[in-house]
Design a binder for this molecule. Sequence first.
Ligand SMILES: NC(=O)c1ccc[n+]([C@@H]2O[C@H](COP(=O)([O-])OP(=O)(O)OC[C@H]3O[C@@H](n4cnc5c(N)ncnc54)[C@H](O)[C@@H]3O)[C@@H](O)[C@H]2O)c1
Length: 262
Amino acid sequence: MDLGLRNKIVLVTGGAKGIGAATVEAFSAEDCRVVLVDRDTETGTSLEKYLGSRVSYIEADLTNLEACKKAIEQTVSLFGGLDVLVNNAGFNDGLGLETPPEDFMRSVQNNLLHVYAMTHYALPLLRKGQGCLVNLGSKVSETGQGHTSAYAAAKGAISALTREWAVALAPDKIRVNCVIPAECLTDQYEQFFLSQVEPEAAKKAISKLVPFAQRLTTPQEIAQTIVFLASDRSSHTTGQLVFVDGGYTHFDRAVGHGHNKW
Ligand SMILES: NC(=O)c1ccc[n+]([C@@H]2O[C@H](COP(=O)([O-])OP(=O)(O)OC[C@H]3O[C@@H](n4cnc5c(N)ncnc54)[C@H](O)[C@@H]3O)[C@@H](O)[C@H]2O)c1
């Protein structure tokens, strides 16, 4: 299927690693011009080199508002505009209720403010080209996790803003959607398993909790959904929270334990 994305200009925040890197690769495979914005210079630069001249790395710590603004400006100087913004950068920092309010607020700000800022600064460009926006949420905002208040708050806000912006930007023909992973096997997650006493057993235990196929989602599976939502093949889809999670968030808990064959 031709997704009709050739030559579209795409910016992916947190594009150096994990889901972001898979998303950069997937857009690049569709012949897009892609900017990846990330604070990890070494990984960002090597991905840029690996993918060739239609992919550019911009170094930025997105917790800095001026850096967000500059990243959009640099994208325009590099490629002349912006059609698709993917607000992917995020970090589950595991701050529970015992965390002092000041640290809670700082963490919410770190995960949330750049999503607003990048969208705000990109808006005139998206309006010009009837572009589109894809946010990354988390199942934590639906299910809770038990020890991550600030991250849950930030991701809950991102889901809410997806609906809010979809309504606000419908008159401009800008579609806004949110992709929600649950358990996706990124390098970072792999490192977490490696830090456990029995890494393979830990991975198996988590995999068993995923109802569909009892395995973790791959970054590529998330990326392909992002690319589809950014394409005209999903031209009447907006304001949606799309769970790419093997049924983790919504399936009956009995499923996956063999109790769904009545
Ligand atoms: N992996 C999962 O299972 C999972 C589950 C639910 C939600 N998510 C969400 O998906 C998105 C991608 O997650 P991932 O697992 O690929 O993460 P990751 O840690 O593998 O990669 C995130 C990338 O974003 C960059 N980044 C983070 N904060 C940044 C900042 N302030 N400025 C610049 N760069 C920054 C990091 O350097 C890194 O390259 C995140 O929003 C995350 O919350 C992931």
